[in-house]
Structures are given as C-alpha cells and as structure tokens.
Design a binder for this molecule. Structure first.
Ligand code: TRP
Length: 338
C-alpha cells in the first residue's frame, strides 16, 4: 500500500470546550496514533481562513496559540505530526492563486457554506470568503494529501479540491496531485449545550454553564454537570428510550464517547436511576478524561514562547514539502524556474 498523507486544518477559535475535544481534536490524535512508518500527518491552524471575516488582531493571535496548545495537550505530538499555522507557510497562499485560475466561477457559486456565511448581504462579503474553498484546496493539494479528516460540513469543499486537482492535472498534462479522500470520523458525537439539548455546545453561548471548557477545574466541571438541564424521568433501559429527550441523550453520549462504551451499554447500567446518580458518575468520567489535557493546556498557555517555537518548527518542516510541490506547479504552468 502506498503511504498516507493526512492533511487537515482547523480554524483558531479561542475557549475550547468538550465539544471541540470530542470532535476534531480527538480524531486528529487518533489518526496520528494510527500512522504507519512512511505515513505523514500535516495539521494546521487555519488563520488565513479565519480572516475571511474580520478578526481582532490580538484575539486572533491568542486564539491561534490556544488552538495549538489545545491540540498538543490533547495528544498531537509535534515530533510525529507536522503542526503549524497556515500564515507561516506562504506556499499556501501562492498555490491558492494558481488554483484560483483553474477553478471556475460556476464551481464556487455552488458552495453552500459561502451562501450560509454571506447570508443576505452577499455583496458585502469579503472576496476571501468567496474564494475560501480555493485556499482550502491549496491546503490539501500542497501536501499531496491522500486523506483529509473533516466534518460533514466540509465535504463539499473537499469535492471541489478533487475537481480542481483533476482539472489542473488534465489542463497541464501532469499527474502532480493525487485525489484527496475525505474521511469523516465515525464516532464523533454532536455535543450539545448543557442548558439546552437542542443547541450545540458553543463558545459563543453567553452562558458559561452551557459548556465545559478544556481549562475548567474538576470543581467547575462537577458544578456544571450537577446543574446541567435534564428532564424528570429516570434513565431508560436502552438507547431507544433517549429519543425525544435531547438533554438526557447528550449526557449519555458524552459518557459513551469518553469511555469508548456504547450508549446502550450506559443506559443498561443506569436503567431506572435518576440523574442525581448519573451526573456525579459522568463528572468523574469527564474529569478523568480532561484532567491531563487541561493540566498540559494550562502549562502550555503559561509559556506562549514555547508554543510559538513549536509552531515555527512545524512551519519550517511543512515548507520543505510545500516548496517542492510549488516548484513542480510552477514548472508545469510555465513560470520561469531556477
Ligand atoms: N474549512 C475548514 C473548517 O472550517 C478548516 C480547513 C481549512 C480545512 N483548510 C482545510 C480542513 C484543509 C481540511 C483541510 O473546518
């Protein structure tokens, strides 16, 4: 089998929570752990994508460091996976220009995320928000990605990257870009707000009680889970009994995801018992899972220079591969090459 090159990006959002941890973060760590000899993983913080909508500069810088720290604290090993921020590898933006000349306006016009994010004021959206998927294509093609772990919402962007790769290879009669496969993580539960089981757990929820932050202390975690909204019924005997009970379902799914057990199994264990019993048990599980992550996270955040150093090292490594691909591209399209 040929070697895998795993590439993925994540936007820098400050204030990481349990939802982020059980989503992209843990999945990236799993994929890193599954690397075979000769495989490579490139993980980056997509700060170039972040500025497609205005970001306060100091906040962006801090959020980038926080995301890097959270990734390392969750288990990304900068010695095994190449971890960097987008903007420190200028080849991303350079390749995006060339690919922007390959992609068609009609293709971009079909991107649903742009339609959602630009909303009613499409004329007022940034050009960067519109060409965002071209940069994303450059992100993966620059490393000749074979596998790209993304959420469901990014599948369309990945398909566009494949279309761009095919058209580039065909137009220039080369085989520079392999076609990247999206890999959608199978078990990522959608973690919900602790105040309202119909809403996502989110950093933008004004209520601190709605989420468990990766920096929360065990006492805070316990207090938040004790106050988490539930219904008055006891736990059901099986997963099917969670239907129509979004808060109960959320808590059971968090328990299941963190212990690697099935929701059915958890229901069977707690069947007929009330949440007054279940919540402390859940808190124990959450605290045990997050304690090492938050300790490492707090330690890293106290040493921003160390984070910056690790990211700079990652960027230097990424540039070796990136520069090679970009040189091939320049040759293929007819630019003067040294
Ligand atoms: N657009 C992705 C998101 O918002 C982040 C991203 C940027 C990405 N570049 C990427 C994901 C390349 C996968 C590959 O989630």
């Amino acid at each position: 089998m040929t070697s895998q090159r795993i590439v993925s990006g994540i936007q820098p959002t400050g204030q990481l929570h349990l939802g982020n941890y059980l989503g992209a973060l843990r999945n990236w760590v799993r994929m890193q752990q599954a690397l075979a000899p000769g495989d490579q993983a490139f993980y980056f913080i997509a700060d170039l994508h972040a500025i497609t909508v205005f970001q306060d500069p100091a906040t962006l810088r801090q959020a980038t460091r926080e995301m890097a720290a959270a990734l390392i604290a969750s288990g990304i090993d900068p010695a095994r996976a190449t971890l960097f921020s987008h903007s420190q590898v200028p080849e991303h933006a350079e390749l995006a220009w060339v690919l922007g000349c390959v992609a068609r306006v009609g293709w971009l016009n079909r991107m649903t995320q742009f339609k959602e994010k630009s909303g009613k004021d499409r004329e007022g959206a940034s050009v960067g928000l519109y060409t965002y998927p071209v940069l994303q294509a450059a992100d993966v093609l620059l490393y000749k990605a074979t596998h790209v772990p993304v959420g469901e919402d990014q599948k369309q962007h990945l398909e566009l990257a494949r279309d761009i790769a095919i058209k580039f290879n065909t137009d220039y009669g080369v085989e520079i870009f392999p076609l990247p496969e999206p890999t959608i993580p199978p078990t990522a539960p959608r973690v919900r707000s602790l105040r309202d089981g119909t809403q996502k757990m989110s950093k933008s929820d004004p209520s601190e009680q709605s989420r468990i932050n990766l920096t929360d202390t065990p006492d805070q975690i316990l207090a938040k889970l004790r106050k988490a909204r539930t219904d008055p019924e006891p736990l059901p005997a099986s997963e099917a009994g969670l239907a129509g009970r979004p808060e109960a379902e959320n808590l059971v799914r968090i328990f299941a995801a963190l212990t690697g057990r099935s929701a059915n199994d958890i229901c069977a264990e707690f069947a007929g018992r009330g949440f007054a019993d279940f919540k402390p048990a859940l808190a124990e599980v959450v605290i045990a899972a997050l304690a090492p992550v938050s300790a490492r996270l707090r330690d890293l955040l106290a040493h921003p220079d160390e984070i910056d150093r690790l990211l700079a090292e990652g960027a230097a490594r990424a540039r070796e591969t990136a520069a090679r691909t970009l040189a091939e591209v320049h040759r293929a399209v007819g630019f003067l090459c040294p």
